[in-house]
Design a protein around this ligand. Structure first.
Ligand code: NAD
Length: 365
């Protein structure tokens, strides 16, 4: 399960096309079923590179505008994540409005599967916050356009370990860029959020000899991980700690006006989506502070690479090999940003957009 605070919107839902997050979406589908209580929105940002693949998130949004904004921001991010990873996939995402612990039923998930099926493969779904492999089994009963199903059903199972491996690769590349050496032995790393991805990242880091500090809202999880991997639990004022690398693996938007001034880390590399509260302004602030920021949508793409592999015939070794490429792509992006005097986020976005644009022109011609 993935935990991430969705973006807040204070404005009412006055327009879809004029929404600041709309940003060139091809299709937005509003799904409603009275009987099961399903209220969902599917955002298809782009199908230029291939079918739009992205998970379904279930969250108790305060209002419809917030749900719409969240799905639009996330589906656009998927376009760039797939593009920069060299996958023939477009970007899409879905949100179901409701409390996943109280409101979700198997019948609701099957109904959602019918809506996904109605898009005839333009959108392929997977798990995200509040959705688990059992829910995907329900969806699978109504559509074949679903990934991340259990290994027992021929799927690729939980993508998180592959995501963690990609983050580790991106972190090593960032270390190489900053310190001229990708050896993480002795480096002080704060992993914030030791859930599915964070735990495997802690494993890779401690095996590499890094000094790992961990933070989470669940004490039992912290204690288990501290004793399993020999990590140090930190609870208070975590942004002020003496650290070399900050790895956000819980919520988005933790790199913001308040935290950038406090952070002592020289590298930020983690799994969370949308780490920069404002991708332009905070990207620039990091650059001014000379903090190396490994763009989130680049280094957390391992899970997407893994489910992509499931579409044809799942091959874990191939998925891991492709995930390893995140190392080289990260180095390219960090160097590009320096050469062009732009933020690392902007450099990653530019590379991702160029591939989409090139394919768009080919399709026209
Ligand atoms: P998860 O829910 O398994 O783990 C998140 C952890 O963060 C939990 O242990 C939770 O207790 C902790 N947490 C929540 N709020 C916190 C807070 N305020 N401070 C500290 N810890 C807090 O989720 P995950 O699957 O490990 O994903 C982690 C992040 O990576 C999410 O932002 C997710 O969107 C992103 N991501 C995950 C994948 C994947 O394959 N799972 C892929 C790409 C991106």
């Amino acid at each position: 399960m993935i935990v991430q605070e969705p973006s807040k919107s204070t404005s009412g839902l006055t327009s879809v096309f004029e929404n600041s997050a709309f940003m060139g979406h091809e299709q937005v589908v509003f799904c409603h079923d009275e009987e099961t209580g399903l209220k969902a929105i599917i955002g298809v940002h782009s199908t230029v590179l291939g079918p739009a693949l992205g998970g379904t998130r279930m969250w108790k949004y305060d209002n419809d505008a917030e749900a719409l904004r969240d799905v639009l921001r996330l589906s656009r991010g998927m376009t760039y994540k797939a593009s920069i990873s060299g996958l023939n996939l477009g970007g899409g995402k879905a949100v179901i409005i409701g409390n996943s612990r109280e409101d979700k039923t198997d019948e609701m998930m099957k109904k959602f599967g019918e809506f996904v099926n109605s898009l005839s493969g333009r959108y392929i779904t997977a798990e995200d916050v509040g959705i688990n492999t059992h829910d995907m089994e329900m969806v699978k009963m109504k559509t074949d356009h679903v990934t991340g199903i259990p290994e027992s059903m021929g799927g690729s199972g939980d993508p998180s370990p592959v995501t963690a491996y990609g983050v580790f690769m991106g972190m090593k590349a960032s270390a190489k860029y900053r310190w001229g050496n990708d050896d993480l032995a002795g480096k002080k790393v704060l992993v914030q959020g030791v859930g599915h991805v964070g735990e495997t990242l802690v494993k890779h880091l401690t095996e590499s000899g890094a000094k790992v500090m961990i933070n989470d809202i669940h004490e039992d999880t912290l204690e288990r991980i501290a004793s399993t991997y020999g990590a140090q639990i930190v609870m208070d004022d975590i942004y002020d700690l003496d650290m070399d690398i900050y790895a956000p693996c819980a919520l988005g938007a933790t790199v913001n006006d308040e935290t950038i001034g406090r952070l002592k880390a020289e590298v930020i590399a983690g799994a969370a989506n949308n780490q920069l509260a404002d991708e332009v302004r905070h990207g620039k602030m990091l650059r001014e502070k000379n903090i190396v920021y490994a763009p989130d949508f680049l280094i957390n793409a391992g899970g997407l690479i893994n489910v992509y592999s499931e579409i044809a015939k799942y091959d874990r070794a191939e998925a891991l090999r492709r995930t390893e490429d995140i190392y080289n792509t990260t180095l390219t992006i960090l160097t590009d940003a320096e050469t062009h005097g732009i933020t690392t986020h902007a450099a990653a976005l530019k590379l991702a957009e160029e591939r989409v644009e090139k394919k768009r022109q080919q399709l026209k011609g």
